[in-house]
Design a protein around this ligand. Structure first.
Ligand code: PLP
Length: 355
């Protein structure tokens, strides 16, 4: 096949491919920032109820409306500003594939690699501006690059570093780039101090991306949402998004969990307490530097102890995200905050292996 398509397949074949994390039976899975602290029975009862009530022979209609209402109640913005997708991954994909043609994007790094990979898939050039050594945003070079771009991606709290960008700094970025499409990825903002959801409804060019995969424990249901101005939200709902991107079951489960958001908020608070406790314990381990987090995971630099730690964690059936070298820091890894039992086992393992 000698055509544009074969050329395109050749180009795509050279891109970074996605490697699915492997599932290790009975291991503590602390590598993907899911929420195991949220009671399984709580989620399972809502899911079982959804199965009972759902007529899966029908396309989802009123279930979508119910979810819009629950999201509006939880986020405090009117439902007309909200769009829903099959995970925020799918929303990112749709925005890039429909709006990104011939565009250039600016991101800071390290950040959520999926975004960069999807840009590359769609032929969108990505300019990567490194965060400083403490993973703070270096405003001047970032704005200089962003001025030349069409799309700006700000992951805050940032994956993998965990820190939420200072509100004044991010507001300055948004204020300076009124003619760029600004995507603020707030997948972890339920664990953080602030959200830009409300301000996105009042701006022409800002889309906040959020998800129920993290704080709300629904990674397997695949439900994400975006908040933006009314016009863009409407365009997304009616034209960009496909008619039925989320299953009736997932929509019903998501609305059911959001209806009980007070219960989820208690778990979020427990995770925040655990975050503080884990940070304190990790900070006192010799040779390890833990970074302050506003998310449900902690980023660590382990330097020369990296290989020994990974070996010990592997032997203890604890899976973390091994990241290696990042921004001049060595032996980096990211660990999800899980149940107390999981966290304790992780901490004991690290303390023992690092001593
Ligand atoms: C920053 C960030 N954005 C988006 C996502 C994707 O979330 P979803 O499960 O809603 O597709 C993730 C998942 O890890 C993430 O870390």
């Amino acid at each position: 096949m000698k055509s544009r398509i074969s050329k395109e397949i050749k180009r795509i074949s050279k891109l970074d491919s996605y490697v699915r994390p492997s599932k290790i039976e009975d291991a503590f899975k602390l590598d993907s920032n899911e929420n195991f602290a949220l009671d399984f029975e709580f989620i399972n009862a809502i899911a079982a109820d959804a199965v009972k009530k759902t007529d899966i022979r029908e396309y989802p209609l009123e279930q979508l409306d119910r979810l819009y209402l629950e999201l509006a109640r939880y986020t405090g913005v009117n439902e007309k500003f909200i769009g829903i997708g099959s995970g925020s991954d799918q929303i990112i994909e749709l925005l890039l594939s429909t709006l990104g043609k011939d565009c250039r994007a600016t991101v800071f790094t390290p950040t959520f690699s999926y975004f960069i990979n999807r840009c590359e898939l769609h032929g969108i050039k990505v300019d990567e501006i490194p965060l400083d050594k403490n993973f703070e945003l270096d405003l001047k070079p970032f704005l200089k690059s962003a001025e030349k771009s069409d799309i700006v991606y700000l992951c805050s709290p940032n994956n993998p570093t965990g820190n939420q960008i200072d509100k004044k700094t991010i507001s300055k970025v948004i204020e300076s780039l009124k003619d760029k499409l600004i995507l603020v990825d707030e997948a972890y903002s339920d664990f953080a101090d602030y959200s830009l959801s409300d301000s996105a409804t009042k701006r022409d060019n800002v889309i906040v991306l959020r998800t129920l995969s993290k704080a709300f424990g629904l990674a397997g249901a695949r439900v994400g949402y975006m908040i933006t101005n009314e016009k863009l939200a409407d365009l997304f709902r009616t034209t960009i998004q496909s008619p039925y991107p989320v299953s009736t079951l997932s929509l019903t489960i998501a609305a059911g969990v959001l209806e009980k958001s007070d219960f989820v908020k208690n778990t979020i608070n427990e995770i925040k307490n655990e975050r503080k406790r884990m940070f304190g314990r990790l900070a006192s381990v010799n040779g390890i530097k833990a970074f302050k987090s506003d998310a449900n995971f902690i980023f660590m630099e382990t330097g020369r102890k990296y290989n020994a730690l990974l070996k010990a964690l592997d032997a203890a059936d604890i899976v973390v995200k091994a990241l290696g070298k990042m921004n001049g820091r060595n032996g980096c890894m990211r660990v999800t905050i899980g149940t107390k039992e999981m966290n304790e086992k992780f901490l004991n393992c690290v303390e023992e292996a690092a001593s």
